[in-house]
Write a protein that binds this ligand. Structure first.
Ligand code: S3P
Length: 424
């Protein structure tokens, strides 16, 4: 376990290029693996989570190559793996791959690390079992044994929890099912799977109906992965809270199902400009310029929470710097991430002197109290490590972040980037 020490910053300056989006990378690799022929993925990230997906696909017999920095995937038929599929720290790998494997006629077992093993898997097993899949778990947790399919049936499934992973798992299984599979979501979640597969989506009142059939099986093609908004978020927040900060963040994916943090920070008074907007591979991206401005407190609850779910730990840090109280509620899902993120941010920020109260579904933060130096723990969670690293920039003394290496799950090189743009 490695410890990184972050010193207070008097200013921030420079340009940051965030790593490629891991949500899109997982899907690009899985769709390419299912497509019969050669697919190309431009800007494949070096982060650990997408590497877990690629390793599992290779175990399923998918061959890969590289040409001028472009990842090549020779897709087609998946084959029975000779060993357990190791999903590492990646919930997206385990859940989405289970949907795909549920439609195949061989047995496969998916396992993960100590953080992934206790995470809830019943939420994907329920709809897959309804479709006729044969899956075994230990009390709804990994390892998951997906047994050879005897054929899946399309279902209509209303999501009981706002989760893009559950939605995607069901829609991917729908590619192998008899008839049509429809997922109904009443709270919008990230829409990469339906976009990338070109699935039909119908909106009725508050509900979105998204459907897949065998006809939607992917064809080989080229995917270009935008910069990860969720990774950029750490530098957006950093520049919002450090005095005299001016940061440019280039090539940031701005899929509207992911960018609620921008609206929230702007409501707090943050200075974020969006420039050079363009569309690449069907996804909107742009360069962001962020400069320090005084922040006020904010109330966050309801359906916007799902859109900002991965950004809530770093939002807590911005709330500590705000000149007033903030409330973040309806975010109980955070307790089921790589760690219990509600508890982990409460412990980390409190260790630095923040005035933060933990609720079952979020926090109340009374901002404006300067953070102090100290020791904090990543809890083996990449977003907790990075959020506390950004908090350290605004502290009065050095902060030691234990287990900091976990940032590489989504952002290899994060600590070097943070040190590069920070001026002491
Ligand atoms: C993801 C969906 C979200 C998010 C995770 C990635 C995805 O999880 O927290 O980091 O790629 O679909 P849930 O869908 O479980 O909320």
């Amino acid at each position: 376990m490695s410890t990184v020490t972050v010193h207070p910053a008097s200013a921030l300056s420079g340009t940051v290029v965030p790593p490629a989006d891991k949500s899109i990378a997982h899907r690009a690799a899985m769709l390419s693996a299912m497509a019969d022929g050669t697919s190309r993925i431009v800007n494949w990230p070096s982060s650990a989570d997408p590497a877990s997906t690629l390793a599992c696909l290779r175990q399923l017999g998918v061959e890969t190559g590289e040409e001028d920095g472009v990842l090549l995937i020779y897709g087609g038929t998946l084959h029975r793996p000779s060993a357990q599929l190791d999903c590492g720290n990646s919930g997206t790998t385990m859940r989405l791959l289970s949907g795909i494997l549920a439609g195949h006629d061989f047995d496969a077992t998916l396992m993960g690390d100590a953080s992934l093993t206790p995470r809830p898997m019943q939420r994907i097993m329920d709809p897959l079992l309804q479709m006729g899949a044969r899956i075994e778990s230990t009390d709804g947790h990994a390892p998951l044994r997906v047994r050879g399919s005897r054929g899946l049936q399309g279902i209509t499934y209303r999501l009981p929890v706002a989760s893009a992973q559950v939605k995607s798992t069901v829609l991917l299984a729908g590619l192998f099912a008899e008839g049509e599979t429809t997922v109904i979501e009443s709270t919008p979640t990230r829409d990469h799977t339906e976009r990338m597969l070109g699935l039909s989506t119908v909106e009725m009142g508050e509900d979105r109906y998204i459907s897949s059939t065998r006809e939607n099986r992917p064809r080989p093609g080229m995917w270009s992965i935008p910069g990860d908004f969720s990774a950029a978020a750490f530098f957006i927040a950093a520049a919002s809270i450090v005095p005299d900060a001016l940061i440019r963040i280039t090539g940031v994916g701005l899929n509207p199902s992911r960018t609620a943090l921008l609206d929230i920070l702007r409501a707090m008074g943050a200075g974020v400009d969006v420039r050079n907007e363009r569309t690449v591979g069907g996804e909107r991206l742009a360069d962001l310029t962020v400069r320090n401005r005084p922040l006020s407190g904010v109330q966050v609850s309801g359906s916007i929470v799902a859109n900002a779910i991965d950004e809530l730990p770093i939002l807590c840090v911005a709330c500590c710097a705000a000149g007033g109280p903030s409330d973040i509620r309806d975010a109980g899902e955070l307790r089921h991430k790589e760690t219990d993120r509600i508890q982990a941010m409460t412990a980390g920020l409190r260790a630095l002197g923040a005035d933060i109260t933990e609720h079952a579904d979020g926090w109340t933060i009374r901002g404006g109290k300067p953070l102090t130096g100290g020791h904090v723990d990543s809890c083996h969670d990449h977003r907790i490590a990075m959020a506390l690293g950004v908090a350290a920039l605004s502290a009065t003394d050095a902060v030691h972040i234990h287990g900091a290496e976990i940032a590489a799950v989504s952002y290899p090189g994060f600590w070097d980037e943070l040190a590069r743009v920070a001026i002491r």
